[in-house]
Design a binder for this molecule. Structure first.
Ligand code: UD1
Ligand code: PEP
Length: 423
């Protein structure tokens, strides 16, 4: 099993290109199941979650073509199965996203309850209650969600919690429902908006995406389309924090500052100079960051997927900062690993108080989930000596060639096989 080896190596300088967003590419790939013709999706990141999704689509019978630019064409016409098996679904939360499209397009679906980051209990009741409201018969048996409906019927659905993938599943299902659907208390994340753009290109009739009320006028069928996935705001935020921690001058290309205003605000508060242009962000940091307070909440507030990275920054900041995680009940698993590097963190329930220390010290650590892994990489960039990160398969779910991107801007980071790690 691979590990990452890092040595603190001073400021970061240069430019790097941001990839397409994992959390938008995954629902867009699921949405291809709704169409009657091939759908071409561009700017897809090269990630393990994407490979798993393509494998899942292939298992259902879809034909997948990858072009030289890593654009992917999914031809859903040969789909012959509506069963998403446990072996593929267990590693990835987003696999539940095939439920709505399979049900809407084929009248039934059997999807294993999903896996993904173990950051909380992560129920799918919003998805199931919404599909029931749209007329589906749903049972959960032996770890599988089984859903049936000859044709879904548009209706008003009030989601009892704001759920990103819940909103996406219902949005996709409603595109082929008979009549009008109103989704209330919808998630407003940019990835939901991107999915709505993809569906609209396929012929769906959607208004209100990006607000908490989305309306969908069902259509009889969806056609082929081309769609380019929006930039990954979490990858963008992670490299911005890396520069804020290590110091230096880095330009992130092919991103969109409008997607992460709450994050840019916090970076400026920490002392970074941030120039936001329509398609790139330049960050300069010439001093130790100041500790900041962060409270996670649904978009447009501060994203939970950036919480661990900001905790890493507070670990080496001047002063103390309070991190409050309001979305997931078990998203502080990085705390004990950051402590192994010398961080001073006191976590209790939803809150962690971080007192910045002048220096972290390298140590062997273990990645526990995707963004926790990212926080360890950031800490390793500035720690004195060697940091060896185990279980980086979590990182490979969500960061495209992270060691290549960070090396290109001056970091000392290498992927090593376990035999080197054990030496
Ligand atoms: C593939 C993907 O896009 N993943 C993102 C998505 O996950 P995901 O869509 O799984 O997260 P949700 O928005 O559904 O979860 C938000 C909160 O709602 C709760 N909840 C959710 C569904 C439900 O039926 N009942 C319920 O109580 C969850 O336990 C959690 O506390 O949004 C999260 C919140 O921004 C991000 O951290 C993930 O990176
Ligand atoms: C939690 C995440 O992913 P998933 O929802 O796929 O587990 C994430 O992207 O930070």
């Amino acid at each position: 099993m691979d590990k990452l080896l890092l040595r603190g190596n001073g400021p970061l300088r240069g430019e790097l290109r941001i990839s397409g967003a994992k959390n938008a590419a995954l629902p867009c790939l699921a949405a291809t199941l709704l169409a009657r013709e091939p759908v071409h999706i561009r700017n897809i990141p090269h990630l393990r979650d994407i490979t798993t999704t393509l494998e899942l689509l292939g298992t259902l019978g879809a034909r997948i073509l990858v072009d030289s630019q890593l654009g992917i064409e999914v031809d859903p016409r040969p789909v012959h199965s509506v069963v998403a098996p446990y072996e593929l679904v267990k590693t990835m939360r987003a696999s539940i996203l095939v439920l709505g499209p399979l049900l809407a397009r084929h009248g039934s679906a059997e999807v294993s309850l999903p896996g993904g980051c173990a950051i909380g209990s992560r129920p799918v009741t919003v998805h199931l209650a919404g599909l029931q409201a749209l007329g589906a018969e749903i049972t959960v048996q032996e770890g599988f969600v089984k859903a049936q409906a000859a044709r879904l019927r548009g209706t008003r659905v009030v989601m009892d919690v704001v759920s990103v993938t819940g909103t996406e599943n219902l949005l996709m299902a409603a595109t082929l429902a008979e009549g009008h659907t109103i989704l209330e208390n919808a998630a407003r994340e940019p990835e939901v908006v991107d999915l709505a753009r993809c569906l609209t290109a396929m012929g769906a009739r959607i208004s209100g995406a990006g607000t908490s009320v989305i309306e969908i006028e069902g259509v009889a069928e969806l056609h082929g389309a081309e769609h380019s996935v929006l930039p990954d705001r979490i990858e963008t935020g992670t490299y911005l924090v890396a520069t804020a921690m290590a110091g230096g001058d880095v330009c992130l290309k092919r991103t969109d500052p409008g997607l992460l205003e709450s994050v840019l605000l916090k970076l400026r508060e920490a002392g970074a100079e941030v120039d936001a242009e329509p398609d790139h962000i330049r960050i300069r940091m010439a001093r130790r960051p100041s500790a900041i307070d962060v409270r996670t909440a649904p978009y447009p507030a501060f994203p939970t997927d950036m919480q661990a990275q900001f905790m890493a920054m507070n670990c080496i900041a001047s002063g103390s900062g309070v991190i409050t995680e309001t979305i997931f009940e078990n998203r502080f698993m990085h705390v004990s690993e950051l402590q192994r590097l010398g961080a001073d963190i006191n976590a209790d329930g939803k809150t962690a108080v971080v007192r910045g220390v002048p220096r972290l010290h390298g140590a062997p650590v273990m990645a526990t989930d995707l963004r926790a892994s990212a926080s360890l990489v950031l800490a390793g960039l500035v720690a004195e000596g060697e940091t060896l990160i185990d279980r980086i398969y979590h990182l490979d779910r969500g960061y495209e060639v992270i060691e290549e991107k960070l090396s290109a801007i001056g970091a000392d980071i290498h992927r090593v096989s376990s035999s080197r790690g054990a030496a």
